[in-house]
Ligand binder design. Structure first.
Ligand code: ADP
Ligand code: MG
Length: 351
């Protein structure tokens, strides 16, 4: 079994139930836009909305959310704030990924033509180990003044994320996978990650596999991003490189991210920001969350709905240049959404 997440079968009338976790900051307003667009084009999705209040004691909301995702198989997610710095308080975002064993995160960084950005024509797929590495959350103060944090690399997870990367490359006609590491310093942990990737590569002889050290990767990414094709990396390097690449091509508001395990799939904006400072101002870019909802529709096999929403969104920001301030525009979030709805209504006759 390779890289295949169980796809839930549709319920009555071909409809799917999907867990919606709005999260904090701009999450709830972005979800409102997604729901408007879905109901406008009749997307056959019934959302089960679960609010997770980061200020409450205990984990009842979180448990409920995880149970719901296990039942539905699929979720659309905003970022959940972790308010406290208490050691006992685990990030709920991390808890969801670990509990559902969402071992891989996929962020496809593909430029939109004409959007003001440092580089044009970027097309890089970032494949990130999503559950261990530096996010193992095994930190302790061994003696006062000395804190240790464990970075965990396992053969099982390093191999399956590498296999995902090579399989993705094969299925999507990509040529090269680059494994990102710091094995010159972290010889055991990153050394193992790299070794596993080299071993898995043997099953994909038609693909090129090279490797690059994380610090050089950041320099190469900002100066010559077009050299990359598919990247395979540990958890922390993955979040750094995805933020670098998203920043180069137009910021946090554009690109979506997909989280997969063998059984569940969670879709969200690629850079996982809460956006607290811009919440409620009608300036957040709705596109990353709309793209996440399109990924979700595709995952569930609702290709036609996915395509019409994709095309309407693309036309809005590329051709019609209706863009929020993060993309250099002066339009509001609702201007973007209304333009998408206008395009959808013009297409309606064809459905
Ligand atoms: P975090 O959740 O990691 O604290 P922030 O909320 O601070 O991240 O987001 C990082 C930056 O990205 C901020 O400048 C924020 O305004 C911007 N940002 C995130 N999401 C969006 C969006 N959808 N539209 C516009 N800007 C965004
Ligand atoms: Mg912040």
């Amino acid at each position: 079994k390779v890289t295949r997440t169980d796809i839930p079968s549709a319920q009555y009338g071909g409809r799917h139930a999907v867990t919606m976790l709005p999260g904090g900051g701009i999450g709830p307003e972005l979800m409102t836009y997604v729901r408007e667009i879905f109901s406008y084009c009749g997307a056959p999705i019934d959302f089960e909305v679960i609010e997770i209040d980061p200020s409450t004691e205990g984990n009842d909301d979180l448990d409920y959310a995880i149970t719901s995702i296990k039942r539905n198989g699929v979720a659309l997610k905003g970022n959940i704030e972790t308010k406290s710095q208490e050691l006992s308080e685990v990030s709920r975002n991390v808890a969801i990924r670990n509990e559902l064993d969402l071992y891989v995160n996929v962020v496809h960084c593909k430029s939109y033509p004409g959007i003001p950005a440092r580089h044009q024509d970027i097309d890089v797929v970032l494949i990130r180990q999503n559950t261990d590495g530096e996010y193992a959350m095994l930190e302790h103060e061994s003696v006062p003044g000395i804190v240790e944090s464990m970075k965990v690399v396992t053969v099982e997870n390093a191999e399956r994320v590498a296999r995902y990367a090579f399989e993705y490359a094969r299925q999507n006609n990509r040529k090269k996978v680059t494994t990102i590491h710091k094995a010159n310093i972290m010889k055991l942990s990153d050394g193992l990650f790299l070794e596993c990737a080299k071993r898995v590569h043997k099953d994909y002889p038609e693909l090129e596999h090279d490797n690059m050290i994380i610090d050089n990767t950041c320099m190469q990414a900002v100066s010559k991003p077009h050299q990359f094709d598919v990247m395979n990396m540990t958890n922390l390097y993955g979040t750094i490189v995805s933020n670098v690449l998203c920043g180069l091509m137009g910021g946090a508001g554009l690109i979506s991210g997909r989280n997969y395990g063998d059984h569940y799939a969670v879709f969200e904006p690629g850079t996982r920001n809460t956006g607290t400072a811009i919440a409620g101002k009608n300036i957040a870019n709705p596109v990353a969350m709309i793209n996440a909802s399109i990924d979700m529709l595709n995952h569930l096999g609702h290709k036609e709905h996915a395509n019409v929403i994709y095309e309407a969104t693309y036309q809005t920001i590329v051709n019609d240049a209706i863009r929020t301030p993060d993309l250099g525009g002066n339009h509001s979030s609702t201007d973007v959404v209304e333009n998408i709805l206008k395009i959808l209504s013009a297409k309606r006759v064809n459905w």
